[in-house]
Write a protein that binds this ligand. Sequence first.
Ligand SMILES: O=C(O)COP(=O)(O)O
Length: 223
Amino acid sequence: MIKIMALDVDGTITDQNRIICPEAITSIKKGIESGLQISLISGNVIPVMYGLKTFLGINAPVFGENGGIMYYNGSIEKFFDKTKPLEFLEYISSRSLATPYFTNQWRETSAAFSMDPGNEAIVSKEAEKWNLEIVNSKFTWHIMNPGQNKGYAVEILKKMFNANWDEILVVGDSDNDNAMFTLPVKKACPDNATDSLKSISDYVSPESYGYEIGDVMAKFNII
Ligand SMILES: O=C(O)COP(=O)(O)O
């Protein structure tokens, strides 16, 4: 039986323009009413996650910056530091390889940027030299510390709610969701997910951009 459902945000409960899907909100509400713990794990910043948790009535902790920071029970917990990601961002920006993203003013554990697709290989190589990780959410590139990823957040949820791996269901659509899909949890994705996530999912919904949430819940006998 599924006890915890961890959802990515952008592209999973929203469309390509980040507009939240009303059907996803309804499904989340039904899931919570049926006794499920629902968490959101995003690359986005913690003030946004705090807003989503508050206004959608999310009951479990929410995570920002790909698992680097958590909001729960009125407090924020930071698991990583932003010093090195910011130094790296300064370095690649000074070489005109990247443009810092305005949301960095609210980031506490990582840094975000945009870049020309032609720069991806060189920036990845540089990040490796700096012992940092870069990942793309399809919306933003993120610079993170080693071990900072959405899988780290799922492990925190597992401990917090004393769940077995097979009692956790993750749903995501893009590369920054890979780390939670490599855990021995149940995995589902919308039809708009990357081929790599689809290939390792237990269930690929025919629905996309938030419409899959209700379908996935029905598939796993949640609602
Ligand atoms: O990169 C972002 O800000 C959003 O990322 P998400 O797909 O993890 O929600």
